[in-house]
Design a protein around this ligand. Sequence first.
Ligand SMILES: C[S@@+](CC[C@H](N)C(=O)[O-])C[C@H]1O[C@@H](n2cnc3c(N)ncnc32)[C@H](O)[C@@H]1O
Length: 275
Amino acid sequence: MSDSLNTTPEALASAPHVPGVSVRHTRAKGEPRFPDGPKADPAGSHFERRIRSFQPRRSRVTAGQADALQRLWPQWGLDIDGQRVIDPAELFGNANPVVLEIGFGMGEATARMAAADPDTNILAVDVHTPGQGNLLNLADRDGLTNVRVGNGDAIILLREMLRPDALDGLRVYFPDPWPKKRHHKRRLIQPEFLTLAATRLRPGAIVHCATDWEPYAEQMLEVLDAHPDFENTQAGGGFAPRPQFRPLTRFEGQGLDKGHLVNDLLFRRVPHQSR
Ligand SMILES: C[S@@+](CC[C@H](N)C(=O)[O-])C[C@H]1O[C@@H](n2cnc3c(N)ncnc32)[C@H](O)[C@@H]1O
C-alpha cells in the first residue's frame, strides 16, 4: 500500500471522514479546488468591494470537510456571485421565515440554532471554506433541512441577490473586531451596512449582534441607536441580556478565555415610513 495521500477530487469524495486530518491539494493551474463545491471568489472582481470586512485566510480543509463540500454543496450551497436575485422560498423549499447569519465561522452555533428551531430557515454566509464544509457536515449529520450555506461576501448577497423585505432576521455573532484604528473602516456594523440591511429586512425583523470586543460593542450600540430604521428591543436601551437561544460560539469561547466581556444587542426593524 502506498503512503502517499491521493487528493484527487474523486478520491476525496470517496475518502472516509478522518477527523482532524488536513488535506493539501495539488492542483493543476486553473483547476478548481472543489469541482462540484463552492467557487473561489464567486462574485469575481466585477463586484469586488474595496474595503472588505473579512481577510482572505489560508485555509486547510480536512478530508471530512472536503468530502462534504464535494458531496453536499450542489444541494445545500449557494455561491454568492451577485448575478441573480434569489427566491428564498425556492432555495429552502418552503415559505418559512428566513434569517441571515453573517460570518458563521465553523458553524457549530448555527447548526444548534437550526436544530432548535426547525421552522426558521437559516441562510448562513461565510467566505471560510473549512467552515462551509464543517457546517455542511453538521447539517448532514443532524438531518437539518433548514440550513443553506452561502459562499462569499454577505454585502453582495444583500445588495445584489435579495429582494426588499426578504429577511425576517439578521444575526452577526462575533464579527471580526478589527481592533487597529486604521482598520476600523473594515468593521461590518456601520451606518451604511445598516441602511443596506434595513432594505432587506421586514418590519419587525430582529437584528441580533454579539461581540466580545467592548469598543466594537459600543460602536454597534451607537450606530444602531442612531439609525432611523432600527429601535432597541430593550425598554431602557443599551445592551440586551444574553438570550438563552444563542449558543456559545467558538470565537466567544476564545474571548471568554481571555477574560473578555460579551455584549448582545437586539434591535428591531421599524415599520416602513409612509411616504
Ligand atoms: C471572528 S469570526 C466569528 C465566527 C463565528 N460567528 C463565531 O462566533 O465563532 C467572523 C467570521 O465572519 C466572516 N465574515 C466577515 N465578513 C464577512 C462578509 N462580509 N461576508 C461573509 N462572511 C464574513 C469571516 O470570514 C469569519 O469567519
